[in-house]
Design a protein around this ligand. Structure first.
Ligand code: 3HC
Length: 719
């Protein structure tokens, strides 16, 4: 194989069987060299008279993880995937896919052109292209409906979630599971088939698509599912259109042609670029730029959670789900009982919804042990404290944990804003102390901010990041600075929403504008959900004057309008419902407070609402980047998508700003500065990048930022 091409295929012969092994570590995507290898060796095996059957498999832990995502939008050498797959599909000798690990996207599509499919019991199959703003473009939309029926295929492609070998066998995606040696079983299976005069091809199985022809429900259900679960996304509609072709076109190749056209449309759509940015961004976020890749990880085989409230319980579930035994400690027996009850209920809900089997529930519940005594935590590898936000209390707990747990144990605090260094200072092992800011509900939300204290060791950081991955979280490192990344950015966003309300917009208009932009929940619905009374009480306690932006929410609290908890806040809620209804009775308050503060209410456009709220995120994000609190702009995109309901198909706030162009962003801020000069001063990093490169993608690495700051001091009048 030529060296310039990426990846290769190994060719070997076992008796009358040729074995083609895809070798493109770590996950065997179909890069140029792999396609070239498959194309070459399928011909070679067919031309060799001694060969009677062909096995296609993968080296390492993956079968084939799909097309090479890094090639999208780039020029790529090697044969195209369609031609290569056609060569496999029309091989004169039977081909069996021996699925040794993950077969995703183009990987499963490769298996679907083979005559037979066998997986290990750990194999995973799926068509997750929708998560990248794409559709299965190598025949998946035409072959999968023929194999498992259009309804199931649509569900699988719209959800994009992978499936276990056991389920794949039940559905008919694979023909057999190997319980022992995959290669031995695959050879035996194929030897039995070699004598047959015909070998099945998925493209010829028309029964299931013909059954669906004329059944309007199939597509209608898929459309409803896409509208519910993938609001604003382009690819699901394209997937449905492809399956419609699979159902209605008599000629398989016409369906394939349509699939290619619709795939190209996805490829050209900006959503694809945004979602691939998030795919690579999440993987980049898991790396800490100044910590060597080979930093040894500390063993995490057991854990202890201090606090059995909503957060503690959710965090315990994450450990159990990752297969790590976990103790849940609470000093109050009633709290502990209630906390364990909530955990059990959450798992039961998953069983009821078919997301987990009873057997799996029993297994995870068996990993969670309640305790009332600190001494039980003596042998754990990591403790996560999850009590309410009070520095004195947390310090006291850390002191206790420090004396009870073994020297090697990591001590983590689930704080959303307290100073990790101050917590670490109460222990004799500050290097082992770290912040783990889970988002509520912790068993559902993917975001995990890992807060790096000034003394957190490389090993501690690397271990907690790896633990986050094991838990399936999107883990992002934040320096120990007020608000960390997410909440610090959120402050400017909600400030703008509150100011818009004072200037003339209504909550419903602000929420609708931002929800149409793609946010999963507008800011006023969010504030009602969190509770308006939290800030109000804190300000009262601190005898603090209400800032202008909070005057309306504090006035609502004075009337017991705390949000959902009192069934009224910015909106009204009917008993037992979370659906917001407009609250016209509030409008007099809005007007009165605007008047009192000499703010003339005016008509505000939806565009202004979106620009002001989103650009507030961007400007604060630039400051966070400048200070090194976040390692890279993409990290903030990961934070906002996984923790704050930012639409994935827009790629996160910083990517959105890139797409707008940073100069355009600054121009808009200049326009808004007439409203609030101080707020809309562009961050120096933003100005610098707008002039230098135009995007955040070119932000300097943390070690180069000092240079930027000196530039700032000399050239920007010390802004
Ligand atoms: N193309 C290129 N690189 C890929 C890749 C792919 N399809 N899949 C993974 N990688 C890279 C990752 O970027 C990462 O690189 P890094 O080490 O430099 O950060 C490395 O492989 C390892 O990936 P993970 O850290 O994600 O490894 P895991 O073991 O946690 O997960 C996996 C493995 C489940 C295969 C996961 O990587 C994954 O989900 N990959 C994407 C699968 C996918 O979406 N396939 C569809 C592609 S589009 C397609 O096939 C179009 C077709 O229909 C025409």
């Amino acid at each position: 194989m030529t060296n310039e091409l990426k990846g290769k295929v190994n060719y070997s012969v076992n008796g009358n069987i040729a074995i083609l092994e895809v070798d493109n570590p770590p996950v065997n995507p179909l890069s140029s060299g792999v396609r070239a290898g498959l194309a070459e060796y399928i011909v070679k095996a067919n031309e060799d008279d001694a060969i009677e059957g062909i096995i296609l498999t993968g080296a390492g832990r993956s079968f084939i993880a799909g097309a090479d995502i890094s090639e999208f939008g780039q020029k790529s050498d090697g044969p195209d995937l369609h031609t290569t797959l056609k060569d496999i599909e029309f091989s004169k000798k039977p081909v069996l896919a021996a699925i040794n690990g993950t077969a995703l996207g183009g990987g499963l599509e490769t298996a679907l052109v083979c005559n037979y499919r066998m997986g290990t019991n750990k194999a995973i199959v799926g068509l997750p292209e929708v998560n990248l703003g794409l559709l299965p473009g190598a025949g998946g939309t035409q072959r999968l409906p023929r194999l498992i029926g259009p309804s199931q295929a649509l569900k699988m492609m719209i959800a994009g979630t992978p499936m276990s070998a056991k389920k794949a066998l039940q559905q008919g995606i694979i023909d057999a599971i190997s319980e022992n040696s995959l290669m031995e079983d695959a050879i035996a299976f194929l030897q039995e088939k070699i004598g047959s005069s015909e070998h099945p091809k998925v493209r010829d199985k028309n029964e299931k698509v013909l059954e669906a022809r004329g059944d309007e429900n199939v597509l209608a259900e898929a459309k409803a599912l896409a509208a519910k679960t993938r609001r604003g996304q382009f690819a699901p509609g394209q997937i449905i259109a492809c399956v419609e072709a699979a159902i209605n076109e008599d000629d398989f190749d016409v369906g394939m042609k349509k699939e290619s056209e619709y795939f190209l449309e996805c490829l050209m759509n900006p959503q694809r670029e945004a979602m691939i940015h998030i795919f690579f961004g999440e993987r980049a976020a898991s790396k800490i730029s100044d910590i060597p890749k080979d930093t040894p990880l500390l063993p995490i085989n057991s854990a202890g959670i201090v606090g059995s409230g909503t957060m503690g319980g959710g965090i315990a579930m994450n450990f159990a789900n990752a297969g790590i035994p976990v103790l849940v400690l609470d000093q109050d027996e009633k709290n502990l009982e209630r906390g364990m009850g909530v955990i059990e209920k959450n798992y039961q809900m998953m069983v009821d919804r078919g997301r987990m089997s009873q057997e799996q529930k029993d297994m995870v519940m068996g990993l969670i042990t309640p305790t009332l005594t600190y001494d039980d935590l003596a042998n754990i590898d990591i403790a996560v404290e999850a009590v309410y936000e009070n520095l004195d209390l947390k310090q006291e707990i850390f002191k206790k944990l420090d004396t009870i747990t073994k020297e090697h144990a990591i001590l983590a605090s689930n704080t959303s804003g307290l100073d990790i260094d101050a917590i670490a200072a109460s222990t004799s092992r500050p290097g082992k102390v770290v912040g783990t800011h889970f988002f509520s509900p912790a068993n559902v939300m993917r975001l995990l901010e890992v807060v790096r204290g000034k003394d957190s060791s490389d090993e501690t950081m690397a271990t907690v990041m790896s633990l986050g991955k094991k838990m399936g979280k999107a883990a992002v490192v934040s320096l120990n600075a007020p608000g960390f990344i997410g909440n610090r950015m959120l402050a400017g966003y909600t400030y703008q929403a509150n100011m818009l309300l004072l200037e003339g917009a209504l909550p419903n208009q602000v929420d609708s504008a931002l929800e149409s932009f793609g946010m999963s929940m507008g800011p006023f619905r969010m504030m009602d959900l969190v509770g308006l009374d939290l800030g109000w009480r804190a300000r009262k306690l601190a005898k603090m004057e209400t800032p202008l932006a909070n005057k309306i929410s504090d006035a609502l609290c004075e009337q017991d309008r705390f949000g959902q908890k009192t069934s009224k806040g910015f909106y009204n809620y009917s008993e037992g419902s979370r659906a917001p209804n407009p609250a016209p009775e509030n409008e007099a308050i809005y007007k009165e407070i605007s008047e009192q503060n000499k703010i003339e209410r005016r008509e505000i456009s939806d565009q202004e609402i979106v620009d002001r709220c989103i650009l507030a995120l961007v400007n604060e994000g630039a400051r966070i980047l400048e200070e090194g609190v976040a390692q890279r702009s993409g990290d903030m995109d990961i934070v906002y998508i996984n923790g704050y309901g930012f639409p994935i198909w827009r790629g996160g706030p910083m990517f959105y700003a890139n797409q707008q162009g940073l100069s355009e962003v600054i121009n808009k801020m200049k326009d808004f500065s007439a409203l609030d000069e101080n707020f809309w001063k562009p961050a120096p990093m933003l100005k610098w990048l707008a002039e230098e490169s135009g995007t955040f993608g070119e932000a300097p690495a943390p070690e180069e930022r000092a240079e930027l700051l000196s530039f700032r001091n000399t050239n920007m009048g010390g802004v």
